[in-house]
Design a protein around this ligand. Structure first.
Ligand code: G3I
Length: 368
């Protein structure tokens, strides 16, 4: 793992060159509106780069990207990394068994390349958003454990191979833990036992040895049983020389709860294992319609999340789970809540945007 870590430091130091290479190999086929890459001073992406070669990313709704010029324009101008909110998930890439279709994801990757952005892959192994043929087959027993094992192997290898060299980091296993820090009993746990995590990481590494491989979960931002479970899991995988490179901290916050206590310290203990860490799905929801005071508290939480990441050298990226309240998963999952993003429904920046901007700017100026 030491070699891989050194490799990442070199890769980050060489980031502008790497991005230039990505740009020159970009596909000319443009499905989404073509947007001039925004690297102007004062944008979040410029400030994140100045704050130590960090990526600032956003999860992308690819339907909005294809049809809304304003959406594409803000995304390219402000962010240096994208994550597919849904279109790299198994449900989308293999809705019919054996008929893999990466079309929507490929268009997002092409957009990222045209606009000099990195791509985080999300996700390979999860218990949710599985294709119906797979979920049903596992449920009714028509797919045996041995078949599920080989189906998972093929899926991981095929998807990582498809994006080899174009996706720099993968959420290989998504949300593997229960709240008490034990392993969640999923279809994959039931079929392969606890070794499904190590196997998935090894299969992904074989398919693209240069990709950074992550475990990703929510509710692990503060120290506590779930975070301790992730720490123990990571440590045991590293002891077995399993190719694990990083831990993703989703960071879905709600202003009704206190900010995750000691988050920077918690990130640091994972980094001390020799791992990268990343904030992968940040958003901060409020009860609608929301008051000015609530938007100020939300801004404060965003700023603190960015500061926690920036205070840890190995925190390589900060990604928001959607950047505009116009396209957000929150109202559908938490009725009565929303307005969780940096931009409002009209793509106007909110106080939360300013807080992220200022936290990045402060970190950049303290380095110069
Ligand atoms: O694509 C279908 C569409 O054909 C159908 O008409 C429509 C009707 O409901 O549903 C559409 O699918 C929706 C899908 O998003 C794509 O938009 C699903 O209903 C909806 O449940 C699904 O939600 C996604 C959710 O993951 C599923 O668990 C959210 O957009 C996405 O933001 C969310 O992302 C997760 C991360 O992957 C992991 N961490 C938590 C995070 C938030 O839940």
């Amino acid at each position: 793992m030491g070699g891989k870590s050194r490799g990442l430091r070199v890769a980050l130091a060489a980031a502008p060159a790497a991005l230039a290479t990505l740009a020159t190999t970009a596909s000319p086929a443009a499905a989404a509106p073509s947007v001039r890459a925004g690297q102007g001073t004062g944008t979040l992406r410029a400030l994140a780069a100045a704050a130590g070669h960090r990526w600032i990313g956003a999860a992308v709704d690819t339907t909005a990207l294809a049809h809304e010029r304003g959406y594409a324009s803000v995304l390219a101008r402000q962010f240096s990394s994208v994550t597919a909110e849904n279109v790299m998930k198994w449900e989308t890439v293999e809705s019919r068994r054996g008929a893999e279709d990466y079309g929507q994801a490929d268009r997002l990757v092409a957009f990222a390349r045209r606009n000099h952005m990195m791509v985080r892959g999300h996700n390979l192994v999860w218990h949710s958003q599985l294709p119906a043929w797979l979920a049903q087959g596992a449920d009714d027993g028509t797919l045996t454990h041995a078949q599920l094992s080989s189906i998972l192997h093929r899926h991981v290898v095929d998807e990582v191979s498809h994006f080899r060299g174009r996706v720099y980091a993968w959420d290989v296993v998504n949300e593997p833990l229960n709240e008490d820090g034990t392993l969640r009993e999923t279809v994959w746990y039931d079929a392969l036992g606890r070794s499904y995590i190590a196997k998935a990481l090894e299969w992904a590494h074989a398919a693209d040895p240069r990709a950074k491989l992550y475990l990703n979960d929510y509710g692990i931002e503060a120290a506590g049983p779930k975070s301790d479970g992730m720490y123990a899991l990571a440590k045991s995988l590293l002891a077995l020389h399993v190719p694990l490179d990083g831990i993703g901290f989703e960071s879905h916050l709600d202003i009704r709860y206190p900010f995750p206590a000691g988050m920077a310290r918690n990130l640091r203990r994972f980094a001390a294992l020799g791992l990268d860490v990343a904030v992968t799905e940040a958003d901060v929801r409020i009860a609608l319609p929301g008051t000015a005071a609530e938007r100020a508290r939300q801004a404060d939480d965003y700023g603190r999340l960015v500061e926690a990441c920036l205070s840890v050298r190995r925190c390589v990226s900060f990604t928001v789970w959607g950047f505009t309240d116009r396209h957000s998963w929150i109202p559908g999952f938490f009725p009565g809540e929303g307005a969780a993003d940096l931009y409002d429904r009209s793509l106007q920046p909110k106080p939360a945007y300013r807080a992220v901007h200022d936290a990045l700017a402060a970190a950049g100026s303290s380095r110069s």
